[in-house]
Design a binder for this molecule. Structure first.
Ligand code: IMP
Length: 189
């Protein structure tokens, strides 16, 4: 990989770092992960959460990236959505699956990637449709990966390799747009 640009990804999730590193490598972007405790506002949209996190990172130099993701289940009116992390910690996958018994299982996984440089912010949303599996399957990935089956696939994300997940995941869509933006803009920024 020819490194054209270094960026700082603020996350404490090694799974996200692994995926984002691989997605951005073809754009010549090298990703350094930095763990920071950030305040998350209660908000209905991932975009609002990402903007609020970027606002807290004014002390970092260069290109700074944060991202927020959520699983939006149709039959639950978009729940857990922006509360995905909290719901996984408190309810967990087995109770979430119980809530879905007898209900349609269509869902959307969404990511919003946020980029900051100086005082400017740019947001890059990405989403993928899929279904919630009847039971958790697979040992790879993280979070909701064992129960999310993207449309057109039979396996959950946890049964796929990082490379397979990165072919078309919500995160890949959002970070490819960010990678393209960086490769077009970097000489001028
Ligand atoms: P956050 O973006 O870290 O706030 O993510 C919200 C919740 O969704 C956390 O519990 C994550 O583990 C989970 N999550 C985020 N991205 C993914 C993914 O790509 N697959 C499965 N779970 C995810």
């Amino acid at each position: 990989m020819v490194v054209r640009l270094d960026v700082t990804l603020v996350t404490s999730n090694p799974g996200k770092h692994r995926e984002i590193e691989a997605i951005l490598a073809p754009y010549g972007v090298r990703v350094r992960a930095l763990s920071r405790t950030l305040v998350e506002p209660q908000a209905e949209r991932l975009e609002t959460v990402v903007d609020a996190k970027l606002d807290q990172l004014s002390s970092l130099r260069g290109f700074v990236i944060v991202e927020d993701s959520g699983l939006f289940i149709d039959a639950l009116g978009g729940f857990p959505g922006v509360y995905s992390a909290y719901v996984l910690q408190t309810l967990g996958l087995p109770d979430l699956l119980r809530l879905l018994e007898g209900k349609p299982r269509a869902a959307t996984f969404r990511t919003v990637a946020g980029l900051r440089r100086g005082k400017r912010h740019w947001l890059f949303p990405g989403e993928v449709r899929g279904t919630i599996a009847q039971r958790p399957r697979g040992r790879g990935g993280f979070g909701y990966d064992p129960v999310f089956v993207p449309s057109g696939a039979r396996s959950t994300y946890a049964q796929a390799s990082v490379a397979q997940k990165n072919e078309s995941s919500h995160r890949a869509i959002s970070f490819r747009a960010l990678g393209m933006f960086l490769s077009r803009q970097s000489p001028r920024l």
